[in-house]
Design a protein around this ligand. Structure first.
Ligand SMILES: *Cc1c(COP(=O)(O)O)cnc(C)c1O
Length: 430
């Protein structure tokens, strides 16, 4: 595929190039296994001496086509799908960390990632230090240690919609000899390609805008191929030293720029098995075909909603990066010039109780544990996705107890705003 094509064309066509008489759209290869002629052919696959499909836990043609499309959209060199965004996040870290290691993460991240880092990874002996992503470089540098393996952040944070200064983060990571991993779920490669600003690895919850219809869970990991693992060979020994589970194969020597994704596939996916089902990958691909049409509409609608909320006296505060008076506006103009995303957050005067009353009165916007799909939806993170965090942890993650996360869909903006108006009137009469 010509990866010089514009993003719009890649959304529609990348990843699957049918030959004569083959299915025009990506077929669902619903098979756990693949046939070979000789035992020797199969043995070569197991030794990674030949490439080919042999078991869907490792690779499947449908998944590979869809992973290639996302890789092309991000401008990377290799990519893989996972069963969920959580699995992508977990694998992206455990591919280079093991017990005794440490990493640095922005505190403004998704609640699920924050749990994974602070609780589950800690049990596995991997320690995290959370930092304020808006702090200056000197301050953030202090969090790094000799055993630090990576820096992690979200392009646009869920749910606080802070915008990451990607260049600053890439500089900090590289000065400390580690890669920058960016969760690009909310921006999508339509609005931002973190590799163009120095990020090394990008992950996604494809469950959100990429699928776009709340139909299937999924995740993706994409590598830019730019991080030089061999320059820090001792630090990244999993990539640069022999893997005894493959007869002493060395990933960086055998696979070059594809070392990181190959290791994540043949080692982590082999052993942990968070494979995306080909059926879900097929649905994800249909979502991707319209991503470039949906994202501008999400942004346009969200800006109209933000402008409406901004002038209503019952709104205590509001964050949307495309508003001129938003603290993230300057960063958004730099990294997301065509719009940020459809998600905004705000608080109502009267706090948490009014917030809950307002949400209960919404009709078109549904209360769902979801965000970033075609239907407008709303959630109260302090009661739902982030309910495990203490008040102090909530504030650190940029989640005020009264924060309403509003995910603007692609319905007509007049209808979305009318719904907000009637719910506000019912919850908090003027
Ligand atoms: C939803 C989300 C995840 C987790 O993805 P799942 O597909 O739900 O596992 C990770 N990061 C961000 C930014 C998210 O919004």
């Amino acid at each position: 595929m010509n990866t010089k094509l514009k993003r719009e064309s890649l959304c529609v066509q990348a990843g699957w190039e049918p030959q004569k008489g083959e299915s025009r759209i990506v077929p669902i290869v619903q098979s756990t296994t693949f046939k070979y002629e000789t035992s020797e052919q199969m043995a070569q696959l197991f030794d990674l001496e030949a490439s080919g499909y042999f078991y869907t836990r490792l690779q499947n043609p449908t998944n590979e086509a869809v992973a290639s499309k996302i890789t092309a959209l991000e401008g990377g060199v290799a990519g893989m799908l996972t069963s969920s965004g959580q699995a992508a996040c977990f694998y992206s870290i455990m591919n280079i960390c093991s017990a005794g290691d440490h990493f640095v993460s922005s505190s403004a991240i998704y609640g699920g990632s924050s749990n994974l880092f602070a609780v589950t990874l800690a049990k596995m002996g991997v320690e995290v230090t959370f930092i304020d992503q808006d702090a200056d470089e000197m301050e953030i540098n202090k969090a790094f240690r000799p055993n630090t393996k990576l820096l992690f952040a979200e392009t646009i944070s869920n749910p606080a919609v802070k915008v990451l200064d990607i260049e600053k983060f890439a500089r900090i990571a590289h000065q400390n000899g580690v890669p920058l991993i960016v969760d690009n779920t909310f921006a999508t490669p339509i609005n931002c390609r973190p590799f163009e600003w120095g990020a090394d690895i990008v992950i996604h919850s494809t469950t959100k805008y990429m699928d776009g219809h709340a139909a299937s869970l999924g995740g993706a990991i994409i590598d830019s191929g730019n991080f030089d693992w061999e320059q820090y060979a001792d630090k990244f020994s999993g990539l640069t030293q022999p893997d005894e589970s493959y007869h002493g194969l060395i990933y960086t020597k055998a696979f070059g720029q594809k070392a990181y994704i190959t290791k994540a596939t043949v080692q982590l996916m082999r052993d942990l098995g968070s494979t995306q089902s080909p059926q879900n990958a097929f649905l994800l691909n249909i979502g991707l075909e319209t991503l470039h049409l949906r994202m501008p509409r999400h942004c346009e609608n969200a800006l109209k909603v933000a402008e409406f909320l901004q002038q209503d006296r019952r709104v205590a505060w509001l964050r949307y990066p495309d508003l001129k008076n938003d603290p993230a506006y300057k960063l958004a103009q730099k990294y997301l010039p065509n719009g940020s995303c459809g998600v905004l957050c705000f608080g109502l005067k009267g706090g948490r109780d009014i917030a809950i009353r307002f949400m209960d009165k919404l009709k078109l916007a549904a209360i769902v544990t979801h965000v970033a799909d075609a239907r407008t939806s709303v959630l109260h993170p302090a009661s739902h996705t982030h309910r495990q965090l203490s008040e102090e942890q909530l504030l650190k993650a940029g989640v005020h107890p009264d924060l309403i996360r509003f995910s603007t869909g692609i319905e007509h903006s007049d209808d979305i705003i009318d719904d907000i108006k009637q719910a506000l009137d019912a919850a908090s009469p003027q």
